[in-house]
Design a protein. Structure first.
Length: 123
């Protein structure tokens, strides 16, 4: 009983450590917190379980296929969403931080600094 609990705890802790390492690597490399990281991990785990238990597929194939699918989907998510956000991330975060910190006058000055083309100001 104790051995089962110990092994289960080590495996769960290792999984959490791997996810945390993935968060830190993605954030350090791109300066974007990619929350889709864990969703892709869970999708791959579900497809592995689905392949082995329900479809009776060979475990090696059921292990390789979700990883390949997660890499393809992760690349698509990065190219379609995260890479586009990265260009505007700093300016958006700067304005949001000013709003959050309670400096509405400074926010009003900075928001009019660079208006989008064709904007009438909404007034």
């Amino acid at each position: 009983m104790f051995g089962h609990i110990l092994i289960s705890g080590l495996l769960t802790g290792g999984m959490y450590a791997t996810l945390a390492l993935g968060f830190s690597l993605v954030f350090r490399g791109g300066r974007i917190l990619n929350m889709a990281h864990t969703a892709l991990y869970m999708m791959a785990a579900y497809f592995f379980f689905f392949g082995v238990k329900l479809l009776q597929v060979n475990a090696l194939l059921a292990f390789a296929a979700p990883i390949i699918l997660a890499v393809i989907l992760g690349t698509m998510v990065f190219n379609l969403f995260i890479d586009r956000i990265k260009e505007h991330h700093f300016s958006i975060m700067k304005y949001r931080a000013i709003q959050f910190l309670g400096a509405p006058t400074l926010y009003e000055i900075l928001k009019d600094h660079k208006k989008p083309t064709g904007s009438t100001g909404g007034r």
